[in-house]
Design a protein around this ligand. Sequence first.
Ligand SMILES: Cc1cc2nc3c(=O)[nH]c(=O)nc-3n(C[C@H](O)[C@H](O)[C@H](O)COP(=O)(O)OP(=O)(O)OC[C@H]3O[C@@H](n4cnc5c(N)ncnc54)[C@H](O)[C@@H]3O)c2cc1C
Length: 414
Amino acid sequence: MKTDVIVLGAGIIGVSAALHLQKKGRKVVLVDRRGIGEETSSGNAGMLVRAGIRPYHFPKDPVLLARSITKQFGGFNYHPQFLLTHFPWLISYAWHSRAQSIEQISADMLPLIETCVTEHQALALEAGAQKLLHAAGWLTVYRSEKSFRRAVAAAQGMAKKYNLDFDVIERQQLAARFPIKVDKLQGGLYWRDPYSCSNPESLVKAYGALFERNGGVFIRADARNVTGQANQWRLSTPSTSIEAKEIVVALGAWSKEIYEPLGYRFPMVDKRGYHMHYKSSWPDSFHTPVTDMDHGYVLAPMEQGLRMTTGVELAARDAPYTPVQLKRLETIAKDIVDLGQRADSTAWMGTRPCFADMRPIVGAAQNHAGLWFCFGHNHVGFSVGPGCGKLLAEMMTGDTLFMNPLPFSPNRFS
Ligand SMILES: Cc1cc2nc3c(=O)[nH]c(=O)nc-3n(C[C@H](O)[C@H](O)[C@H](O)COP(=O)(O)OP(=O)(O)OC[C@H]3O[C@@H](n4cnc5c(N)ncnc54)[C@H](O)[C@@H]3O)c2cc1C
Protein backbone atom coordinates (compact mmCIF):
# COMPACT_ATOMS: atom_id res chain seq x y z
CA MET A 1 0.00 0.00 0.00
CA LYS A 2 1.29 3.47 -0.85
CA THR A 3 0.19 6.57 1.01
CA ASP A 4 1.41 10.13 1.51
CA VAL A 5 1.90 10.08 5.28
CA ILE A 6 2.01 7.43 8.00
CA VAL A 7 1.06 8.79 11.43
CA LEU A 8 2.34 6.60 14.26
CA GLY A 9 0.15 6.80 17.37
CA ALA A 10 -3.61 7.31 17.59
CA GLY A 11 -3.84 9.33 20.80
CA ILE A 12 -5.26 12.85 20.66
CA ILE A 13 -2.01 14.11 19.10
CA GLY A 14 -1.76 11.54 16.29
CA VAL A 15 -5.49 11.60 15.49
CA SER A 16 -5.49 15.41 15.33
CA ALA A 17 -2.41 15.44 13.09
CA ALA A 18 -3.98 12.80 10.81
CA LEU A 19 -7.23 14.79 10.52
CA HIS A 20 -5.49 18.07 9.72
CA LEU A 21 -3.19 16.44 7.16
CA GLN A 22 -6.25 14.87 5.56
CA LYS A 23 -7.96 18.29 5.42
CA LYS A 24 -4.96 19.49 3.43
CA GLY A 25 -5.42 16.76 0.88
CA ARG A 26 -2.87 14.24 2.13
CA LYS A 27 -3.62 10.50 2.04
CA VAL A 28 -2.94 9.32 5.58
CA VAL A 29 -2.59 5.95 7.29
CA LEU A 30 -2.96 6.16 11.08
CA VAL A 31 -1.32 3.39 13.10
CA ASP A 32 -1.69 2.21 16.69
CA ARG A 33 -1.10 -1.09 18.44
CA ARG A 34 -4.35 -0.51 20.36
CA GLY A 35 -7.67 1.03 19.37
CA ILE A 36 -7.95 4.79 18.79
CA GLY A 37 -7.54 6.95 21.92
CA GLU A 38 -7.08 4.12 24.40
CA GLU A 39 -3.86 5.17 26.18
CA THR A 40 -3.09 8.42 28.01
CA SER A 41 -5.63 10.33 25.93
CA SER A 42 -8.43 8.24 27.42
CA GLY A 43 -7.90 8.60 31.16
CA ASN A 44 -7.04 12.25 31.71
CA ALA A 45 -9.15 14.82 33.54
CA GLY A 46 -10.73 16.02 30.29
CA MET A 47 -9.98 19.67 30.96
CA LEU A 48 -9.46 22.04 28.04
CA VAL A 49 -7.14 24.19 30.06
CA ARG A 50 -7.71 27.60 28.47
CA ALA A 51 -6.75 29.17 31.84
CA GLY A 52 -3.76 26.86 32.40
CA ILE A 53 -1.23 29.15 30.77
CA ARG A 54 1.52 28.70 33.37
CA PRO A 55 3.12 25.27 32.99
CA TYR A 56 3.21 22.73 35.79
CA HIS A 57 6.68 23.50 37.16
CA PHE A 58 9.15 22.36 39.81
CA PRO A 59 7.88 23.43 43.28
CA LYS A 60 9.50 26.69 44.38
CA ASP A 61 7.76 26.97 47.72
CA PRO A 62 10.16 25.27 50.22
CA VAL A 63 7.22 23.97 52.28
CA LEU A 64 5.65 22.33 49.24
CA LEU A 65 9.04 20.94 48.19
CA ALA A 66 9.56 19.44 51.66
CA ARG A 67 6.02 17.98 51.66
CA SER A 68 6.70 16.50 48.21
CA ILE A 69 10.03 14.93 49.17
CA THR A 70 8.57 13.44 52.35
CA LYS A 71 5.48 12.27 50.42
CA GLN A 72 3.15 14.42 52.51
CA PHE A 73 1.74 16.18 49.45
CA GLY A 74 -1.16 13.97 48.39
CA GLY A 75 -0.93 14.72 44.69
CA PHE A 76 2.69 13.68 44.29
CA ASN A 77 4.64 10.43 44.47
CA TYR A 78 8.01 9.21 43.23
CA HIS A 79 10.07 6.09 42.91
CA PRO A 80 13.53 6.67 44.48
CA GLN A 81 15.12 4.99 41.45
CA PHE A 82 13.69 7.74 39.23
CA LEU A 83 15.39 10.48 41.25
CA LEU A 84 18.72 8.70 40.95
CA THR A 85 18.42 8.03 37.23
CA HIS A 86 16.99 11.41 36.28
CA PHE A 87 18.79 13.73 38.67
CA PRO A 88 20.21 15.90 35.82
CA TRP A 89 16.70 16.16 34.34
CA LEU A 90 15.35 17.36 37.71
CA ILE A 91 18.06 20.02 37.93
CA SER A 92 17.21 21.19 34.44
CA TYR A 93 13.47 21.19 35.32
CA ALA A 94 14.20 23.33 38.40
CA TRP A 95 16.32 25.67 36.24
CA HIS A 96 13.54 26.11 33.70
CA SER A 97 11.10 26.77 36.56
CA ARG A 98 12.66 30.15 37.42
CA ALA A 99 10.11 32.98 37.24
CA GLN A 100 11.63 34.52 34.13
CA SER A 101 11.77 31.19 32.33
CA ILE A 102 8.14 30.39 33.24
CA GLU A 103 7.11 33.73 31.71
CA GLN A 104 8.86 32.79 28.46
CA ILE A 105 7.41 29.27 28.34
CA SER A 106 3.93 30.66 29.01
CA ALA A 107 4.35 33.14 26.16
CA ASP A 108 5.58 30.37 23.84
CA MET A 109 2.69 28.06 24.73
CA LEU A 110 -0.01 30.74 24.74
CA PRO A 111 -0.97 30.64 21.03
CA LEU A 112 -1.40 26.87 21.31
CA ILE A 113 -3.37 27.01 24.57
CA GLU A 114 -5.58 29.70 23.05
CA THR A 115 -6.72 27.19 20.42
CA CYS A 116 -7.76 24.53 22.90
CA VAL A 117 -11.47 25.29 23.04
CA THR A 118 -11.99 26.54 19.49
CA GLU A 119 -10.09 23.74 17.74
CA HIS A 120 -11.80 21.04 19.81
CA GLN A 121 -15.17 22.65 19.14
CA ALA A 122 -14.52 22.66 15.39
CA LEU A 123 -13.53 18.99 15.30
CA ALA A 124 -16.28 17.94 17.70
CA LEU A 125 -18.88 19.65 15.50
CA GLU A 126 -17.63 17.81 12.39
CA ALA A 127 -17.43 14.55 14.30
CA GLY A 128 -20.93 14.94 15.80
CA ALA A 129 -19.47 14.78 19.29
CA GLN A 130 -20.44 18.24 20.63
CA LYS A 131 -22.38 16.67 23.49
CA LEU A 132 -19.08 15.58 25.05
CA LEU A 133 -17.81 19.17 25.42
CA HIS A 134 -19.16 21.47 28.11
CA ALA A 135 -18.75 25.21 28.67
CA ALA A 136 -18.46 24.45 32.37
CA GLY A 137 -15.36 26.40 33.40
CA TRP A 138 -12.93 25.17 36.05
CA LEU A 139 -13.08 25.58 39.82
CA THR A 140 -9.90 25.71 41.92
CA VAL A 141 -10.40 25.54 45.70
CA TYR A 142 -8.05 26.44 48.57
CA ARG A 143 -7.88 25.16 52.11
CA SER A 144 -5.66 27.81 53.69
CA GLU A 145 -6.30 31.53 53.79
CA LYS A 146 -2.69 32.09 52.70
CA SER A 147 -2.91 29.92 49.57
CA PHE A 148 -6.32 31.40 48.68
CA ARG A 149 -5.17 35.03 48.94
CA ARG A 150 -1.96 34.23 47.05
CA ALA A 151 -3.98 32.55 44.30
CA VAL A 152 -6.33 35.52 44.04
CA ALA A 153 -3.40 37.89 43.58
CA ALA A 154 -1.77 35.63 40.96
CA ALA A 155 -5.09 35.16 39.13
CA GLN A 156 -5.61 38.91 38.85
CA GLY A 157 -2.24 39.26 37.14
CA MET A 158 -2.86 36.30 34.83
CA ALA A 159 -6.37 37.34 33.88
CA LYS A 160 -5.18 40.76 32.80
CA LYS A 161 -2.16 39.49 30.94
CA TYR A 162 -3.83 36.57 29.16
CA ASN A 163 -7.35 37.94 28.76
CA LEU A 164 -9.03 35.45 31.07
CA ASP A 165 -12.25 35.75 32.98
CA PHE A 166 -12.66 34.52 36.56
CA ASP A 167 -14.69 34.98 39.74
CA VAL A 168 -13.28 35.04 43.25
CA ILE A 169 -15.64 32.98 45.39
CA GLU A 170 -15.58 33.32 49.15
CA ARG A 171 -16.43 30.28 51.24
CA GLN A 172 -20.06 31.22 51.89
CA GLN A 173 -20.82 31.50 48.17
CA LEU A 174 -18.96 28.32 47.21
CA ALA A 175 -21.57 26.01 48.69
CA ALA A 176 -24.36 27.96 47.03
CA ARG A 177 -22.81 27.73 43.55
CA PHE A 178 -21.18 24.28 43.52
CA PRO A 179 -22.17 20.81 44.80
CA ILE A 180 -19.28 20.65 47.28
CA LYS A 181 -18.72 20.72 51.03
CA VAL A 182 -16.94 23.86 52.15
CA ASP A 183 -16.15 23.39 55.87
CA LYS A 184 -12.45 22.81 55.18
CA LEU A 185 -12.18 25.42 52.42
CA GLN A 186 -11.37 29.12 52.50
CA GLY A 187 -12.54 29.94 49.00
CA GLY A 188 -12.19 29.28 45.31
CA LEU A 189 -11.54 30.72 41.88
CA TYR A 190 -13.98 29.97 39.08
CA TRP A 191 -12.31 30.26 35.67
CA ARG A 192 -14.95 30.84 33.02
CA ASP A 193 -12.98 30.18 29.82
CA PRO A 194 -12.00 26.48 30.13
CA TYR A 195 -14.24 23.72 28.79
CA SER A 196 -14.50 20.16 30.04
CA CYS A 197 -14.95 16.87 28.25
CA SER A 198 -17.12 14.21 29.86
CA ASN A 199 -15.47 11.29 28.06
CA PRO A 200 -12.01 11.92 26.55
CA GLU A 201 -11.72 8.44 25.04
CA SER A 202 -15.08 8.74 23.25
CA LEU A 203 -14.08 12.16 21.94
CA VAL A 204 -10.80 10.88 20.46
CA LYS A 205 -12.63 7.87 19.01
CA ALA A 206 -15.19 10.24 17.44
CA TYR A 207 -12.33 12.20 15.82
CA GLY A 208 -10.86 8.89 14.63
CA ALA A 209 -14.21 7.86 13.14
CA LEU A 210 -14.39 11.22 11.33
CA PHE A 211 -10.92 10.58 9.88
CA GLU A 212 -12.04 7.15 8.62
CA ARG A 213 -15.35 8.49 7.26
CA ASN A 214 -13.35 11.00 5.24
CA GLY A 215 -11.30 8.23 3.63
CA GLY A 216 -8.45 7.83 6.13
CA VAL A 217 -7.15 4.38 6.98
CA PHE A 218 -6.56 3.20 10.54
CA ILE A 219 -4.58 0.02 11.12
CA ARG A 220 -3.50 -1.80 14.24
CA ALA A 221 0.21 -2.47 14.05
CA ASP A 222 3.41 -2.14 16.02
CA ALA A 223 5.13 1.13 15.11
CA ARG A 224 8.50 -0.40 15.92
CA ASN A 225 8.30 -2.21 12.58
CA VAL A 226 9.07 1.00 10.74
CA THR A 227 12.15 1.10 8.58
CA GLY A 228 13.43 3.64 6.16
CA GLN A 229 15.44 6.68 5.39
CA ALA A 230 15.11 10.01 3.57
CA ASN A 231 11.57 10.19 2.15
CA GLN A 232 11.22 6.41 1.92
CA TRP A 233 9.47 5.02 4.94
CA ARG A 234 7.92 1.61 5.29
CA LEU A 235 5.77 0.03 7.95
CA SER A 236 5.57 -3.74 7.78
CA THR A 237 2.71 -5.63 9.41
CA PRO A 238 2.05 -9.40 9.27
CA SER A 239 -0.47 -8.85 6.45
CA THR A 240 0.74 -5.80 4.53
CA SER A 241 3.41 -3.24 3.99
CA ILE A 242 2.77 0.49 3.79
CA GLU A 243 5.10 2.95 2.09
CA ALA A 244 5.11 6.72 2.46
CA LYS A 245 7.37 9.68 1.83
CA GLU A 246 6.59 11.15 5.20
CA ILE A 247 6.08 9.76 8.66
CA VAL A 248 4.92 11.39 11.90
CA VAL A 249 5.98 10.08 15.31
CA ALA A 250 3.10 10.87 17.70
CA LEU A 251 3.54 7.99 20.12
CA GLY A 252 3.42 10.05 23.32
CA ALA A 253 5.54 8.40 26.01
CA TRP A 254 6.50 5.62 23.57
CA SER A 255 8.00 7.97 20.95
CA LYS A 256 11.52 7.22 22.14
CA GLU A 257 11.14 3.66 20.84
CA ILE A 258 11.27 5.15 17.34
CA TYR A 259 13.55 8.17 17.71
CA GLU A 260 16.29 6.53 19.78
CA PRO A 261 17.08 3.77 17.25
CA LEU A 262 17.27 6.52 14.60
CA GLY A 263 19.97 8.24 16.63
CA TYR A 264 18.02 11.04 18.36
CA ARG A 265 18.40 11.74 22.08
CA PHE A 266 15.79 13.95 23.75
CA PRO A 267 15.48 14.60 27.50
CA MET A 268 11.92 13.29 27.81
CA VAL A 269 10.76 11.69 31.06
CA ASP A 270 7.55 10.08 32.23
CA LYS A 271 5.23 11.73 34.73
CA ARG A 272 2.70 9.07 35.51
CA GLY A 273 -0.81 9.67 36.85
CA TYR A 274 -3.75 7.57 38.02
CA HIS A 275 -7.50 7.80 38.06
CA MET A 276 -10.46 6.10 39.69
CA HIS A 277 -14.22 6.60 39.20
CA TYR A 278 -16.64 6.84 42.13
CA LYS A 279 -20.36 6.25 42.48
CA SER A 280 -20.77 9.63 44.13
CA SER A 281 -23.87 11.75 44.44
CA TRP A 282 -22.35 14.39 42.13
CA PRO A 283 -25.19 15.73 39.92
CA ASP A 284 -25.03 14.37 36.34
CA SER A 285 -25.76 17.77 34.86
CA PHE A 286 -22.80 19.44 36.59
CA HIS A 287 -19.70 19.34 34.40
CA THR A 288 -17.24 21.64 36.18
CA PRO A 289 -13.96 19.96 37.20
CA VAL A 290 -12.67 20.91 40.65
CA THR A 291 -8.97 21.07 41.59
CA ASP A 292 -8.06 20.94 45.27
CA MET A 293 -4.96 23.11 44.90
CA ASP A 294 -3.46 22.38 48.32
CA HIS A 295 -3.43 18.64 47.59
CA GLY A 296 -2.94 18.56 43.81
CA TYR A 297 -5.73 16.33 42.47
CA VAL A 298 -8.77 16.86 40.26
CA LEU A 299 -12.38 15.77 40.61
CA ALA A 300 -13.59 15.54 37.02
CA PRO A 301 -17.24 14.69 36.28
CA MET A 302 -17.33 11.97 33.60
CA GLU A 303 -19.96 9.76 31.98
CA GLN A 304 -18.44 6.86 33.96
CA GLY A 305 -18.85 8.63 37.34
CA LEU A 306 -16.85 11.21 39.25
CA ARG A 307 -13.22 10.70 38.14
CA MET A 308 -10.47 11.55 40.58
CA THR A 309 -7.15 12.09 38.80
CA THR A 310 -3.92 12.23 40.74
CA GLY A 311 -1.06 14.64 40.26
CA VAL A 312 2.37 13.44 39.26
CA GLU A 313 4.21 10.21 39.97
CA LEU A 314 7.85 10.41 38.93
CA ALA A 315 8.58 6.84 37.87
CA ALA A 316 9.80 5.03 34.77
CA ARG A 317 7.00 4.43 32.28
CA ASP A 318 7.10 0.65 32.74
CA ALA A 319 8.03 0.53 36.44
CA PRO A 320 5.62 -1.36 38.74
CA TYR A 321 2.21 0.18 39.22
CA THR A 322 1.95 2.01 42.58
CA PRO A 323 -1.40 3.82 42.93
CA VAL A 324 -0.66 4.95 46.51
CA GLN A 325 -1.73 8.54 45.84
CA LEU A 326 -5.31 7.46 45.22
CA LYS A 327 -5.66 5.90 48.65
CA ARG A 328 -4.25 9.01 50.34
CA LEU A 329 -6.38 11.35 48.26
CA GLU A 330 -9.62 9.47 48.84
CA THR A 331 -9.51 10.47 52.50
CA ILE A 332 -8.62 14.06 51.61
CA ALA A 333 -11.26 14.41 48.87
CA LYS A 334 -14.01 13.30 51.24
CA ASP A 335 -13.70 16.76 52.84
CA ILE A 336 -15.08 18.18 49.61
CA VAL A 337 -17.46 15.55 48.19
CA ASP A 338 -19.10 12.32 49.28
CA LEU A 339 -17.08 10.15 46.95
CA GLY A 340 -19.15 7.00 47.46
CA GLN A 341 -17.92 3.56 46.40
CA ARG A 342 -15.14 2.97 43.89
CA ALA A 343 -16.67 2.21 40.50
CA ASP A 344 -13.62 0.50 38.93
CA SER A 345 -11.91 -2.68 40.09
CA THR A 346 -8.41 -1.28 39.47
CA ALA A 347 -6.98 2.20 39.10
CA TRP A 348 -6.17 3.43 35.58
CA MET A 349 -2.60 4.60 34.98
CA GLY A 350 -1.32 6.88 32.22
CA THR A 351 1.94 8.61 31.34
CA ARG A 352 2.52 12.26 30.52
CA PRO A 353 5.64 12.58 28.36
CA CYS A 354 7.50 15.70 29.57
CA PHE A 355 10.54 17.78 28.73
CA ALA A 356 12.37 19.76 31.39
CA ASP A 357 11.67 22.97 29.47
CA MET A 358 7.92 22.21 29.57
CA ARG A 359 7.41 22.59 25.81
CA PRO A 360 6.57 19.77 23.37
CA ILE A 361 8.59 18.81 20.33
CA VAL A 362 6.79 19.68 17.09
CA GLY A 363 8.76 19.75 13.87
CA ALA A 364 11.00 18.08 11.32
CA ALA A 365 13.76 15.70 12.35
CA GLN A 366 17.20 17.13 11.77
CA ASN A 367 18.83 14.19 10.02
CA HIS A 368 16.04 12.34 8.19
CA ALA A 369 14.00 13.89 5.39
CA GLY A 370 10.29 13.13 5.73
CA LEU A 371 10.49 12.31 9.45
CA TRP A 372 8.36 14.52 11.71
CA PHE A 373 8.04 14.62 15.48
CA CYS A 374 5.03 15.62 17.60
CA PHE A 375 5.20 14.49 21.24
CA GLY A 376 5.99 15.55 24.81
CA HIS A 377 2.83 17.55 25.52
CA ASN A 378 3.26 17.45 29.23
CA HIS A 379 0.10 18.12 31.27
CA VAL A 380 -1.85 19.75 28.43
CA GLY A 381 -1.79 17.30 25.51
CA PHE A 382 -5.51 16.63 25.56
CA SER A 383 -6.20 20.36 25.37
CA VAL A 384 -3.71 21.35 22.70
CA GLY A 385 -3.91 18.18 20.55
CA PRO A 386 -6.16 19.64 17.82
CA GLY A 387 -4.20 22.94 17.67
CA CYS A 388 -0.92 21.08 17.58
CA GLY A 389 -2.16 18.74 14.83
CA LYS A 390 -3.09 21.82 12.83
CA LEU A 391 0.32 23.41 13.36
CA LEU A 392 2.14 20.25 12.31
CA ALA A 393 -0.02 19.88 9.19
CA GLU A 394 0.74 23.50 8.26
CA MET A 395 4.45 22.87 8.69
CA MET A 396 4.36 19.66 6.64
CA THR A 397 2.43 21.21 3.76
CA GLY A 398 4.29 24.52 3.68
CA ASP A 399 1.17 26.53 4.57
CA THR A 400 1.09 29.79 6.48
CA LEU A 401 1.65 28.95 10.15
CA PHE A 402 -0.87 30.20 12.70
CA MET A 403 1.89 30.50 15.31
CA ASN A 404 5.65 30.45 15.69
CA PRO A 405 6.79 26.82 16.09
CA LEU A 406 10.44 27.62 16.84
CA PRO A 407 10.15 27.18 20.64
CA PHE A 408 9.06 23.58 19.91
CA SER A 409 11.92 22.76 17.58
CA PRO A 410 13.56 19.33 18.05
CA ASN A 411 16.88 21.05 17.33
CA ARG A 412 16.78 23.00 20.59
CA PHE A 413 18.39 20.02 22.31
CA SER A 414 21.31 19.60 19.89
C1 LIG B 1 -3.85 11.63 35.15
C2 LIG B 1 -3.71 12.53 33.95
C3 LIG B 1 -4.57 13.62 33.81
C4 LIG B 1 -4.44 14.48 32.72
N1 LIG B 1 -5.34 15.49 32.56
C5 LIG B 1 -5.26 16.31 31.48
C6 LIG B 1 -6.24 17.32 31.27
O1 LIG B 1 -7.18 17.47 32.04
N2 LIG B 1 -6.10 18.12 30.19
C7 LIG B 1 -5.07 17.97 29.30
O2 LIG B 1 -4.97 18.74 28.35
N3 LIG B 1 -4.16 16.96 29.42
C8 LIG B 1 -4.24 16.14 30.50
N4 LIG B 1 -3.34 15.12 30.66
C9 LIG B 1 -2.27 14.96 29.65
C10 LIG B 1 -2.79 14.31 28.36
O3 LIG B 1 -3.61 13.20 28.67
C11 LIG B 1 -1.63 13.89 27.49
O4 LIG B 1 -0.74 14.99 27.30
C12 LIG B 1 -2.12 13.41 26.11
O5 LIG B 1 -3.11 12.42 26.24
C13 LIG B 1 -0.96 12.87 25.30
O6 LIG B 1 -1.49 12.43 24.07
P1 LIG B 1 -0.62 11.60 23.05
O7 LIG B 1 -1.45 11.39 21.84
O8 LIG B 1 0.71 12.26 22.90
O9 LIG B 1 -0.30 10.23 23.81
P2 LIG B 1 -1.19 8.90 23.99
O10 LIG B 1 -2.62 9.20 24.18
O11 LIG B 1 -0.50 8.10 25.04
O12 LIG B 1 -1.04 8.22 22.59
C14 LIG B 1 0.10 7.49 22.19
C15 LIG B 1 -0.38 6.31 21.36
O13 LIG B 1 0.76 5.57 20.90
C16 LIG B 1 0.39 4.21 20.87
N5 LIG B 1 1.59 3.37 20.87
C17 LIG B 1 2.55 3.30 21.80
N6 LIG B 1 3.51 2.43 21.42
C18 LIG B 1 3.14 1.94 20.21
C19 LIG B 1 3.72 1.03 19.30
N7 LIG B 1 4.88 0.40 19.54
N8 LIG B 1 3.06 0.78 18.14
C20 LIG B 1 1.88 1.40 17.85
N9 LIG B 1 1.29 2.26 18.69
C21 LIG B 1 1.90 2.54 19.86
C22 LIG B 1 -0.44 4.03 22.14
O14 LIG B 1 -1.25 2.87 22.06
C23 LIG B 1 -1.22 5.34 22.17
O15 LIG B 1 -2.51 5.21 21.59
C24 LIG B 1 -3.43 14.24 31.75
C25 LIG B 1 -2.61 13.12 31.86
C26 LIG B 1 -2.74 12.27 32.95
C27 LIG B 1 -1.86 11.07 33.05
